[in-house]
Structures are given as structure tokens and as C-alpha cells.
Design a protein around this ligand. Structure first.
Ligand code: ADP
Ligand code: ZN
Length: 519
């Protein structure tokens, strides 16, 4: 059967060969083995179900969250003369009916459905009368609350799978940490499935981070280094997008905005102009990019700090899809961290709050990394980076930064963790160090400790940075659920003065009222 797949790849899709892991995935699916495929964006996931869907005698159901993506694929498949269609409410009555008829008459190979459509009783009824050979779940991370894009409708999909015990199931995603992977398999009840994980490394992307001190000038300088090239600038808010676009336009740059506040006509017009190279720069919120396949985006600038590594990775991943060099820069300011923490503090659901904090801390580990930035990035996806020096990030190419001897503050912090019983999170430790009269400090009588009020040389933010560096360098372990800190062997060495502690400590910035209560 894999020979048949190879023939289809060449004769129908017009590609010379399978990409790494596509062949193994397709072969596995063709052997009716449940499959979990993890591939970075642009890696070529679609072929992994399109080809089996073409080879199988029966029907392949493809579940996808976005109507526009489904329609795109149906159009492409039809152009290749592969019978595919979609059922959704945006179709006219007659198109809907025609598609239904074609499905009933077994003329369709691939049927694209949103999860909620697939679970409608009339659709389930229709499907159970079909010979369903394969169920493909695209963007499968949507099933997991641990992911960045949870969609409750996805949770119901196990019901769909249960209806078709003879169909093989393939779940695909670009963004799955080990935990999300487990979650996908458990939720879909395909724990027996084989996993195929392609490397997430995109070696052609240069990854850089600079302290955000004069963002507009920094942005201008960066864009000027890429004349006439296509680039995306991500901002946190719509207002930020609009303001930055006008400034850039006033300064003579070819730039257009993109965010959910614009009409859909404007959005598709601007997107189209960017793809056609009619405009160089798109200034956008995270609303921009899903489903856009422009191969020659030469840079991505993050004007504001992303909330998590998944989003960051997806956004920089839109650069350099053609495999040529591309430049990614993050402007990193503590003000942005404060803003994100402020939003997190407003969350009422404790579980969501903890998760958001965890995601932010992982992002900060990358932004504050002193060694290769690819390590925290790849680690996030459960991958070990193979090289100590990737030669394509700012830290590896050695724009050397001064580190300072922080042994004494590190000892104060570690000692305070010890004296409070290794149960508390950074925020509480810092309260004790800075002599706070907070309820929690007094209740626990931590105002009586020798480490109480010995840390006023730093503000709360600086202590937070130090705490994260202590965690990053393995002197502290952070308990996942409540953020409690525990000392490691390494911490013992620093506490005893056997080993010094060197790290970067950013200069204090104007104190913000948005400090976090929980880390
Ligand atoms: P993903 O869904 O993983 O983001 P796609 O399936 O959209 O990626 O594929 C990304 C691009 O790579 C598409 O333009 C696709 O045509 C192309 N592609 C996929 N597989 C191959 C292959 N084996 N050879 C050449 N191009 C491929
Ligand atoms: Zn590196």
C-alpha cells in the first residue's frame, strides 16, 4: 500500500518524495494503526490523512476547527480531482443537499467537518450508514485543557470515534507538550496509538531577544535592516497594532494592520496584499497567521511579550518556511510581564490561573535565558536540543553580556526557602525577604525568622527574576501545582559558599502596580 501512496504522491500531488516522518505516518495509518502525529507548522500534516484518504476504499472524516481551512483544503483536493467536500451551515441549501447525496452515494473520499457538526445526530446517522475507513483529527491539541487553544467541542470527539470501531484514527497537531500528547490519546481513547514526533527545531530561524527600552526606535531599526522584505510584527492589542501601523506608515514604511476589529473584507484584502508582496509589513495581533502559507516571510518581530511559548513558536514559525534564513526578534520588557500577570490575577478559575502562570514562566525562561535560546524552546516540546551551541541565536553567537556575582542575594533567597519549610512559592519568599506585613507572613510567623526583612536591596521584580534564574539553573525545584519551591543539591553548595552564583540581573524598571500574588 505504501507503494500506492508513493505513486499518488507523485502523480496526483506532484511531489518527488515524502518528507521525514510523513512516510512512516502514512504507512502506519494505511496499516490501520492508530496514530498521533506531531509536526511543526508547515511540516506537511495534511498529506498524512489526504493520502490515506485517497488510498482507502471507504470514507475519511477530517475534523478541523476552522471553516476557512477546511474550504481551502477541499478546493485544493478538488483541483487534484480528489472527491472531497465539507458540510457546514455556511453552505447554500442546494450545495448542502448535493454534498449529502454525494456522500450517500459513496462518491466522496474525504469529508471535512467541524467537531460540533460531526456530533449532530443527523450527521452521525448519515455517517453510520457509510463505510468510514479513517477519522483524522486535525489541530488535536484543541482537545486538551493543558494546551493553548482548548475547545470544549473537541472533548466530545471520543463519541465519534466510538461509533466507528473499524476506522483507524489519526490525530495531528503542531503544538503538543508531553502532557498534551497524553491528554489527546486519553481523551480520544487511542492510548495504544503510535506517536510520530518530528523535530520542532527550525534551524534557519535566528532567535534574538533585546530589552525593550525604546520600542518604536528598536522596531524601526530592525525593519530597516530588512529592506523590501516581507515581515510580520506582532503586538498584544488592537490599539497597539493601529498605533504602530500609523507610525510606520508616517515614516514611509509599507505596512498594513491586521486584527479582529477590522471587517473581514479588510482583513482578507490586507492579507491578500501581503501574500502578493503588495505590502511589506503586516502589523498584527495573534489573530493573524492561522492558515497563511507565505513561504518567504523574512522576519517576525514581537513588539510585546507573548503569553506562552506555544504562541511564540507558532508566530516565529511563520518566518522562513522556504527554509532560507529568517530573523526573529523579541522586545522584552518587564512592563509587559506585569500586564500579563495583571490579567492572570483577574482570572477566577484557579486551575486556569496556575496554568497561565506556568505558561508565562516558561516564556520568561526563554526571554531571560543566558544560554542557547533553543534549549527552553525545544524542551517545551519535550525535545532535547542536540547541540549546546546552535550558532543561530543571540546567546550562541555571543553578544556577550556581563554577568554579576549574585551569590549573596542567592544565599538569602535559598536560606529563606529553607527556613520557611520548602513549601512556599517565590512571591511569599520575597514578601518575607522584603519584610512585608502580609497576612500570610504574619500568620505563619515568618516575621520572626532571621531571613525576615533582609532583602530590601532589590525590588520585588528583581527578586522574581533572581528566583526564576535559581529555578532555571537547577538550584530550586518548583512544584507544579502550587508553585512551592524546594532546594536541590546545587542549592546546598551555594548556601555553604562552595560555589558562587553568577547571573544576569536586569536593572530595575519603574515599579508597576501590577505585581503578582502568585507565581
Ligand atoms: P501543516 O498542516 O503541517 O502546517 P501543510 O500540510 O499545509 O502543513 O504543508 C505545508 C506545505 O508543504 C504545503 O505547501 C504542502 O504542499 C507542502 N508539502 C507537504 N508535503 C510535501 C512533500 N512531501 N514534498 C513537498 N512539499 C510538501
Ligand atoms: Zn543558540
Amino acid at each position: 500500500m505504501i507503494n500506492q501512496a508513493n505513486t499518488i504522491l507523485k502523480s496526483v500531488f506532484g511531489f518527488d518524495q515524502f518528507r521525514e516522518s510523513q512516510e512512516a505516518i502514512i504507512s502506519n495509518v494505511l496499516h490501520k494503526q492508530n496514530t498521533l502525529a506531531i509536526m511543526p507548522t508547515g511540516g506537511g500534516k495534511s498529506l498524512c490523512y489526504q493520502i490515506p484518504g485517497t488510498v482507502f476504499d471507504g470514507l475519511t472524516i477530517v475534523i478541523s476547527p476552522l471553516i476557512s481551512l477546511m474550504q481551502d483544503q477541499v478546493r485544493q483536493l478538488n483541483e487534484l480531482a480528489i472527491p472531497a467536500c465539507v458540510l457546514n451551515s455556511s453552505l447554500s441549501d442546494s450545495d448542502y443537499q448535493n454534498n449529502l447525496d454525494a456522500i450517500k452515494q459513496q462518491q466522496i473520499k474525504l469529508l471535512f467537518l467541524a467537531p460540533e457538526t460531526a456530533l449532530q445526530s443527523n450527521i452521525l446517522d448519515l455517517l453510520t450508514h457509510c463505510d468510514v475507513a479513517c477519522i483524522a483529527i486535525d489541530e488535536a491539541h484543541c482537545i486538551s485543557e493543558w494546551g493553548h487553544d482548548f475547545r470544549p467541542e473537541y472533548r466530545q470527539l471520543n463519541r465519534l470515534i466510538e461509533c466507528f470501531p473499524r476506522a483507524v484514527c489519526i490525530a495531528l497537531t503542531a503544538t503538543a507538550t508531553p502532557r498534551v500528547r497524553e491528554d489527546i490519546k486519553r481523551q480520544l481513547n487511542i492510548v495504544d496509538s503510535s506517536e510520530f514526533i518530528s523535530s520542532f527545531d527550525r534551524p534557519n530561524l535566528f532567535i534574538g531577544v533585546v530589552p525593550k527600552d525604546n520600542p518604536y526606535l528598536q522596531c524601526k531599526k530592525f525593519v530597516e535592516q530588512h529592506p523590501e522584505q516581507s515581515g510580520i510584527i506582532y503586538c498584544q492589542s488592537r490599539k497597539g497594532v493601529d498605533e504602530l501601523t500609523s507610525k510606520l506608515q508616517q515614516d514611509g514604511f509599507s505596512a498594513l494592520p491586521y486584527h479582529a476589529g477590522l471587517s473581514s473584507i479588510k482583513r482578507s484584502e490586507y492579507q491578500e496584499r501581503f501574500i502578493r508582496d503588495d505590502v511589506n509589513i503586516i502589523v498584527a495581533t495573534i489573530a493573524f497567521g492561522m492558515g497563511i502559507n507565505k513561504p518567504d516571510v523574512r522576519y517576525v518581530l514581537h513588539y510585546d511579550l507573548p503569553k506562552n511559548i506555544e504562541g511564540y513558536y507558532q508566530q516565529i514559525g511563520r518566518a522562513g518556511r522556504d527554509g532560507l534564513d529568517a530573523d526573529c526578534l523579541l522586545l522584552f520588557g518587564y512592563g509587559d510581564t506585569g500586564k500579563i500577570r495583571f490579567f492572570i490575577d483577574q482570572m477566577s478559575n484557579e486551575q486556569e490561573k496556575r496554568l497561565a502562570n506556568m505558561h508565562l514562566n516558561q516564556m520568561l525562561a526563554l526571554a531571560e535565558a543566558e544560554d542557547c535560546r533553543r534549549s527552553p524552546l525545544l524542551e517545551y516540546f519535550g525535545e532535547k536540543s542536540t547541540k549546546e551551541n546552535c550558532a543561530n541565536c543571540d546567546n550562541c553567537t555571543g553578544e556577550s553580556k556581563e554577568k554579576s556575582d549574585l551569590t549573596v542575594p542567592a544565599q538569602k533567597f535559598l536560606s529563606c526557602v529553607h527556613r520557611t519549610g520548602q513549601r512556599f512559592g517565590s512571591s511569599h519568599i520575597i514578601d518575607v525577604l522584603r519584610g512585608s506585613n502580609a497576612e500570610k507572613v504574619l500568620q505563619n510567623q515568618h516575621n520572626l525568622l532571621s531571613t525576615y526583612n533582609i532583602g530590601n536591596e532589590y525590588n520585588k521584580k528583581q527578586w522574581m527574576t533572581l528566583a526564576r534564574q535559581l529555578i532555571q539553573k537547577g538550584l530550586l525545584n518548583q512544584e507544579e501545582q502550587f508553585g512551592g519551591l524546594k532546594l536541590t543539591q546545587k542549592a546546598g553548595d551555594v548556601l555553604k559558599g562552595k560555589v558562587p552564583f553568577f547571573a544576569l540581573l536586569q536593572q530595575p524598571v519603574a515599579a508597576s502596580s501590577h505585581t503578582s500574588k502568585t507565581l
